[in-house]
Design a binder for this molecule. Structure first.
Ligand SMILES: Nc1ncnc2c1ncn2[C@@H]1O[C@H](COP(=O)(O)OP(=O)(O)O)[C@@H](O)[C@H]1O
Ligand SMILES: Cc1ncc(COP(=O)(O)O)c(N)n1
Ligand SMILES: [Mg+2]
Length: 515
C-alpha cells in the first residue's frame, strides 16, 4: 500500500468523494456484514461500494445457511469496481474460501489502493463458522502482510496465533505484538468479549507504542455487527485522510454512541440483536413519538412561554406548559431568554414529556442545540437567529421550523429556506419585545397574501382583539401566538380557555361567511 496519501482531487473542479470498497458477506438480518458496512460508511459520510463474497441466511438466533459466491465472480465484482471507481480504501470482512483470498490478493496488486483494513471474520458471535480454519494460512501469508490494520476480536486473534487463550488486557497486548510480527502495519485487538471487564477495552499497536482504548461498556443485547461497523468506520476515516490512530479512535467512539442509541430496541427473538448506527431511538424509546409531519392547524392557539413571567408568578415552566395545554393550547414554544443552558435543557425535556403525552408539538425558540439535545419537535427562529436553511440541515427533514417575518420578502425567503410556517408580527404593540416594529393588521394581511406558508399572528394579541385578527379573511392565517395573554395571568388555565373560546367563535364565523 502507498505510504503517502494521494490528494483527494486530481481535477479541482470536481469533488472527489471518499470511497470505501467493502469485500464481505451479506447478513440477511442486516446487523453485520455488507449491510453494517454500508450503514457505517453512510453514517461517516463516505461512499461505499460492495463486493459480496457470500450470502448468509442469518438472524438474531444464529446463522442458518451460507451460500459462498464462486471465486471467479468475486473477481469479476472486484474488477468492475476497482477498474472504474477510484476506491481509496478496501475493507474486508467475511472471506469464506482460500480461493476468494487469492482473487482479492491479485486484484489489490493489480489495482493498488491507499489502505487495506482487514477484519479477519471467522466465527459469528453466535458461534457459527463463517470462514473455517483452512482460511488461516491464506490470512497469515497473503493478506496480513498487505494490511494497514487488522481488527481481530479475541477469538480471531487467538485463532490467528494458533489457539492461545486471551483473557486479560495484558494477553491482548502480547497478541497484538505477535500479530504485528505477521506483517500488518497496525493491529487492533478488540476486547468486546473480554470477560469481567467493566469497560470496553481495545488494544492498538502500531509497531512501536501500545494504546489502550477504553469506552464505557453499554449494557445491551444489541451488539451484533459492532466489529464490522468498527472496521468500516476505520476505513471511512482513512478514506477521508485521517491518520490511523485518529481513525481508530473516531471509529470506536462512533460504535459506542451507536450502541447507546440502539441499546433498547427489540428486534428478533434470539440472544443477540442487531446494533444500528443510523437509528435515533430516543423518541421511540419514550414510546410516544409525535406523528411525523407538520399540521398547520396546530398553529391555532400557539403558547409561547416566558421565564420572567413564570418567575413573577412563582411557577415552574412545566406547570405553566401543563396548564396552557389543559386550557386548549395546540402548540407550545419554549422561549426562555434568561435561563442557563443546562436548566433550559432539563426544562425542555420535562415539557417535552408533557407535550408528547397530549400529542402537542413542542418547539424551542432560537436554540437549535437545545432542540437537538432534547429531540424537540422543532424550532422557531427570528431574522437574526440561525438561518432557517442551516437550521433545516442541522435538524433534518422532518422537524418543524418556524421563522419570524415582517415582510412579504422575508416570508418568501422562509419558504425558499424550507421553513414550515411563519410567525408574523408584532401585530399590536407589546411589552414582551422591546423596540419591536408593529406591522398592524394591514401588514399582517400583506404578509399572509404573499406567503406560501401557513401563518401565525403574534404580538399584543389577547382575547379582546384575537377575533379581529382572525377575521382579516386570509385562508393561510391559521392562528394566534400569545405570551402575556396566557402567562402573565393569575390562572393560565382560565386565560387559555378564554382565548380558545374566542378563537373558536372567530373560526365558526369565518366558516359561516364562506358558506
Ligand atoms: N457492550 C459494549 N459497549 C461498548 N463497546 C463495545 C461493547 N461491545 C463491543 N464493544 C466495542 O465494539 C467493538 C467491536 O468489538 P467486538 O465485539 O469485540 O468485536 P466483534 O464484533 O468482531 O466480535 C470494539 O471497539 C469493542 O470495544
Ligand atoms: C455476513 C457476516 N459477516 C460478518 C459477521 C460477523 O459479525 P459478528 O461478529 O458481530 O457476529 C457476520 N455475523 N455475518
Ligand atoms: Mg461482536
Amino acid at each position: 500500500m502507498q505510504e503517502d496519501k494521494a490528494p483527494m482531487t486530481s481535477d479541482h473542479s470536481k469533488l472527489k468523494i471518499p470511497h470505501v470498497l467493502t469485500v464481505a458477506g451479506s447478513d440477511s438480518g442486516a446487523g453485520a456484514g455488507i449491510q453494517a458496512d454500508i450503514k457505517a460508511c453512510a453514517a461517516r459520510g463516505v461512499y461505499c461500494s460492495t463486493v459480496i463474497t457470500a450470502v448468509t441466511a442469518q438472524n438474531t438466533v444464529g446463522v442458518q445457511g451460507v451460500n459462498v459466491v464462486p471465486e471467479d465472480f468475486v473477481g469479476e465484482q472486484l474488477k468492475s469496481v476497482l477498474s472504474d471507481m477510484e476506491v481509496d480504501v478496501v475493507k474486508t470482512g467475511m472471506l469464506p474460501s482460500i480461493g476468494i483470498v487469492n482473487v482479492l490478493n491479485q486484484s489489490l496488486r493489480e489495482f493498488p489502493v491507499q489502505a487495506l483494513v482487514v477484519d479477519p471474520v471467522m466465527v459469528s458471535t453466535s458461534g457459527d463458522v463463517l470462514a473455517g480454519p483452512s482460511i488461516l494460512a491464506g490470512f497469515r501469508e497473503d493478506l496480513l502482510p498487505l494490511a494497514d490494520i487488522i481488527t481481530p476480536n479475541l477469538k480471531e486473534a487467538s485463532a490467528l496465533l494458533g489457539g492461545q487463550q486471551l483473557e486479560t488486557v495484558s494477553d491482548m497486548r502480547s497478541a497484538a505484538k505477535l500479530l504485528h510480527d505477521m506483517g500488518p502495519r497496525n493491529v487492533l485487538v478488540k476486547g468486546g468479549d473480554l470477560p469481567d471487564s467493566l469497560d470496553a477495552v481495545d488494544v492498538f499497536f502500531d509497531g512501536q507504542d501500545f494504546y489502550e482504548l477504553r469506552s464505557s461498556r453499554i449494557k445491551t443485547r444489541n451488539t451484533h455487527g459492532t466489529g464490522c461497523s468498527l472496521a468500516s468506520c476505520i476505513a471511512a476515516e482513512l478514506a477521508k485522510g485521517s491518520p490511523m490512530l485518529q481513525a481508530v479512535k473516531v471509529a470506536k467512539r462512533h460504535v459506542e454512541s451507536g450502541l447507546d442509541y440502539s441499546k433498547d430496541f427489540v428486534i428478533g427473538n434470539g440472544v443477540q440483536g442487531p446494533f444500528d448506527l443510523l437509528f435515533r431511538l430516543k423518541s421511540y424509546a419514550q414510546n410516544s413519538w409525535r406523528q411525523v409531519g407538520f399540521n398547520p392547524n396546530d398553529l391555532f392557539l400557539y403558547a409561547v412561554t416566558d421565564s420572567r413571567m413564570n418567575k413573577k408568578w412563582g411557577r415552574s415552566i412545566t406547570d405553566a406548559v401543563g396548564a396552557a395545554i389543559e386550557g386548549g393550547a395546540t402548540i407550545v414554544q419554549l422561549r426562555e431568554k434568561d435561563v442557563e443552558t443546562q436548566g433550559f435543557l432539563e426544562a425542555a425535556k420535562a415539557c417535552l414529556k408533557i407535550c408528547r403525552s397530549h400529542g402537542i408539538p413542542l418547539l424551542i425558540n432560537d436554540r437549535i442545540d437545545v432542540a437537538i439535545a432534547c429531540d424537540a419537535d422543532g424550532v422557531h427562529v427570528g431574522q437574526s437567529d440561525m438561518p432557517a436553511r442551516i437550521a433545516r440541515t442541522l435538524l433534518g427533514p422532518e422537524k418543524i421550523i418556524g421563522v419570524s417575518c415582517k415582510t412579504p420578502e422575508q416570508a418568501h425567503q422562509a419558504w425558499i429556506d424550507g421553513a414550515d410556517y411563519i410567525g408574523c408580527g408584532g401585530v399590536y404593540p407589546t411589552n414582551t419585545k422591546e423596540n419591536n416594529l408593529t406591522v398592524g393588521l394591514d401588514g399582517l394581511k400583506a404578509v399572509c397574501v404573499a406567503s406560501k406558508l401557513p401563518v401565525v399572528a403574534i404580538g399584543g394579541i389577547s382575547a379582546s382583539n384575537a377575533c379581529s385578527v382572525m377575521q382579516i379573511g386570509v385562508p393561510n392565517l391559521k392562528g394566534v401566538a400569545v405570551v402575556s395573554t396566557l402567562f402573565d395571568r393569575e390562572s393560565i388555565l382560565t386565560a387559555t380557555r378564554e382565548l380558545h373560546v374566542v378563537l373558536q367563535e372567530a373560526a365558526s364565523m369565518s366558516v359561516q361567511r364562506t358558506h
